[in-house]
Design a binder for this molecule. Structure first.
Ligand code: SF4
Length: 172
């Protein structure tokens, strides 16, 4: 076995383990291959869209094994609600726009937010796309108008922040 083949097999095994852990710890479906994650056992992938001026790293970026399509998953394990919060919908929308930019036609057209006991499969509709782009622009405009800058060095704060995907001073 060549060194390259060994590395590829090791990466495949790691991604199956990541999918199993994802399923065990979050309840999110196990029939996916994890492409990237911020959870530590695979490399994270920072997605960028210079035209929209957004960037971010979803908790998980996965590929559906049956369709080959790619979508982001965002976990909010401490949130217990029956309805999806608007800030979470906008954050996921930013990750969906970024996934679409990076993976093109392979983007699944939806993303997933998982709360403590509820899972939301959210399609990237034209309306959600518009709201997300408008929110990102509003945040940037507010920052320009008031010159408010990050007032802390706490990565965890940014990690939990609902607008980190459109914040150009985020530490996470
Ligand atoms: S992501 Fe940006 S807005 Fe959110 S806490 Fe961090 S610096 Fe503040």
């Amino acid at each position: 076995m060549t060194g390259v083949a060994g590395v590829l097999i090791a990466m495949g095994v790691l991604s199956v383990i990541a999918a199993w852990l994802l399923s065990r710890t979050t309840g999110v479906r196990s029939d996916v291959t994890v492409i990237a994650t911020d959870a530590g056992y695979l490399s994270p992938e920072t997605l960028k869209d210079p035209a929209l001026r957004i960037r971010g790293r979803p908790d998980y970026l996965v590929r559906d094994r049956s369709t080959g399509t790619v979508y982001p998953i965002e976990l909010k394990p401490t949130r217990d609600a029956a309805e999806l919060h608007e800030s979470d919908a906008l954050q996921l929308a930013a990750y969906m726009l970024l996934t679409e930019k990076r993976y093109g036609a392979a983007f699944a057209g939806y993303g997933v937010v998982r709360y403590r006991s509820a899972e939301f499969r959210v399609p990237l509709t034209a309306e959600l796309r518009r709201r997300c782009v408008a929110a990102a622009e509003a945040i940037r405009a507010a920052r320009r108008a008031t010159a408010i800058h990050r007032s802390h060095e706490v990565r965890a704060k940014c990690w939990a922040c609902g607008v980190r995907s459109v914040c150009d001073e985020s530490l996470a």
